[in-house]
Design a protein around this ligand. Structure first.
Ligand SMILES: [Ca+2]
Length: 365
């Protein structure tokens, strides 16, 4: 091959590789580095002996519920794991699927309901759905399906669910590695859904009659509301699709917003898409659950290395009362820190809700 041709080929391979997706920039830089335990945060093992724990939520009385991906909902009472599960939810565990997110009715225990998202087999196909269970004494039983027909597969099942300050249930879904679903307003994959506590569609959802609240997501993993009411979402970026890797995101949710996947990746500054707040350019940051503690957003990172899991801490600055990660981190308003221990291999467990009155251990892990 002539040298000039070889050089041109090398240059073209080194440049932007994706002809189908518009690749933008990082909205801001987030350095990942190890630091000592942040002041006021205790990192310790709380409960052991769980199998593939996925979600941790708290009841108003301080008890906690943990989902195990094979299908068990376990209860933690005064720091001890009850030997008998609260419920078993028949789940198709495999890859990333199974029993995933949990949520508690905002008026529990007057409304004695809990919610669970799980992968299951229905009419010969794998699908995801959210169900409601009634808690009675030491057990919980199936009450009704809240939303069904969410695409399910081995990977990219989403799975995080949580009630917002508006009393509605938010559901993060994945596009099951079929990227075009994320832009299809008739498909529940790659979306953030919003439903009433009974499974209805709120009248002020952006698409009348549809549970879809925002679209263009790849695989939502974490949901957390800042005390100001702003919803933050973590989601996984590409793992080889369109020739791209990394670009994991933290997004601030806008009603009806299009978050781009698979048309755009990173911050492109186009009116029809919502740019991420943070885009992790490196490939070692698959974000999982997110939680606020004071003004800091904690982002769990199960990571590929079982000995080095942890979470990032993003200290948020404020602008007109709204939280944001500062655009000028060199001035000290973004102070990322890494947490590097205390997590089980590949476990995306992270506190969906913080224990509001007790120590910040759960939020700090
Ligand atoms: Ca995006």
């Amino acid at each position: 091959m002539p040298l000039a041709v070889a050089l041109i080929l090398a240059v073209s391979l080194a440049g932007p590789v994706c002809a189908q997706a518009l690749v933008g920039d990082q909205p801001q830089r987030v350095a990942e580095r190890m630091v000592p335990e942040p002041p006021g945060i205790l990192v310790a093992s709380w409960v052991e002996g769980l199998e593939a724990p996925w979600s941790l939520v708290f009841l108003p009385d301080g008890r906690a519920l943990v989902s195990e991906r094979p299908g068990r909902i376990r209860m933690i009472e005064q720091g001890r794991l009850r030997p008998q599960p609260l419920a078993f939810v028949e789940s198709a565990q495999g890859g990333e699927g199974g029993l995933m997110g949990l949520a508690v009715h905002p008026r529990f225990p007057q409304q004695s309901f809990i919610y669970a998202m799980h992968t299951h087999r229905e009419a010969g196909r794998t699908t995801n759905r959210v169900i409601r269970l009634i808690v009675e004494g030491g057990t919980a039983r199936f009450d009704r399906a809240i939303v069904s027909g969410i695409p399910g597969a081995r990977n990219h099942n989403g799975g995080r669910i949580a009630f917002g300050p508006d009393g509605h249930l938010y559901v993060g879904t994945g596009e099951i590695f079929e990227a075009d679903r994320a832009q299809d307003p008739a498909d529940l994959g790659g979306k953030l859904l919003r439903l009433t506590a009974d499974g209805g569609v709120p009248a002020d959802n952006p698409i009348p009659g549809s549970p879809i609240y925002s679209l263009g997501h790849r695989n939502i993993q974490g949901l957390a509301w800042h005390p100001s009411g702003t919803l933050f979402v973590s989601e996984h970026g590409p793992s080889g699709e369109l020739g791209l890797r990394a670009w994991d995101e933290i997004n601030v949710i806008r009603r009806g917003g299009n978050y781009g996947w698979p048309k755009v990746v990173g911050a492109v500054g186009r009116a029809e898409f919502v740019d991420p707040l943070v885009a992790f350019r490196d490939s070692s940051t698959p974000p999982s659950g997110v939680a606020f503690w004071n003004d800091a957003l904690f982002v769990a990172q199960p990571g590929a290395d079982p000995h080095r899991p942890g979470s990032d801490r993003l200290d948020l600055a404020r602008q007109r009362g709204r939280p944001l990660v500062c655009q000028q981190p060199q001035r000290g308003c973004l102070r990322p820190a890494a947490r590097r221990r205390g997590w089980a291999r590949r476990s995306p467990l992270f506190a969906d809700q913080q224990p509001r009155r007790s120590r910040p251990a759960a939020a700090g892990r």
